[in-house]
Design a protein around this ligand. Structure first.
Ligand SMILES: [Zn+2]
Length: 192
């Protein structure tokens, strides 16, 4: 059973009370952007108090500062005027449970969904898989504070990112809903 009818029905309900959202401007009204993980337990609109039109939210697996995340950040300030950025990773992130080597092996084995056990992900599918995963940097995480700091540093040092934009590093705790600052990351991300 596909979720498609549920999504279309939910959207009709949303649009029925769309109201003054039709008047929202393109640039984010509160002038900031968040890069965070795609994890289904994270809702940046709720954990950071956003409504439509407030901020840019860039999401990928891990909330990592990939080339594509940086592309979005650059558009966010250069064309749409954001002035402050957050990079928010989180506890219990799926990106902690595998390495490049592991996911490459799983994909080479089959294209079915792997299982997660005590020893990490393992393949339960039947092949064929594909080796194209060998060419992707999966940007896995071994320590959240380290990954946040590395990503803040990468964005901070990027030649297309102006020094005036502060970049704050946080970890979202999936057990409490709290945002916990990573002081070393925020220090690295300080504006000048
Ligand atoms: Zn995650």
């Amino acid at each position: 059973m596909s979720v498609l009818p549920e999504v279309i029905a939910a959207n009709a309900e949303y649009a029925a009370s769309f109201g003054d959202r039709s008047e929202l401007a393109l640039p984010p009204a509160r002038g900031f952007a968040i890069l965070t993980c795609m994890d289904a337990r994270l809702d940046p609109a709720k954990y950071a108090g956003l409504r439509e039109g407030d901020a840019h939210v860039i999401r990928n697996a891990g909330g990592r500062a990939s080339d594509d995340a940086i592309r979005s950040f650059v558009i966010s300030y250069k064309l749409l005027g954001t002035r402050e950025w957050f990079i928010i990773h989180h506890s219990d992130c799926g990106m902690e449970f595998f390495t490049d080597e592991v996911i490459r092996g799983l994909l080479a084995n089959s294209l079915e969904t792997a299982a997660l056990g005590d020893q990490g992900f393992y393949d339960v599918g039947t092949g064929p898989g594909a080796r194209e995963g060998d060419y992707i940097d999966w940007l896995t995480i071994s320590d959240q504070a380290t990954s946040v700091t590395e990503d803040v540093r990468r964005v901070r040092n990027h030649p297309l990112v102006p020094a005036r934009i502060p970049i704050y590093g946080y970890i979202y705790d999936v057990k409490s809903g709290l945002l916990l600052e990573v002081p070393t990351a925020t220090e690295v991300g300080r504006a000048s």
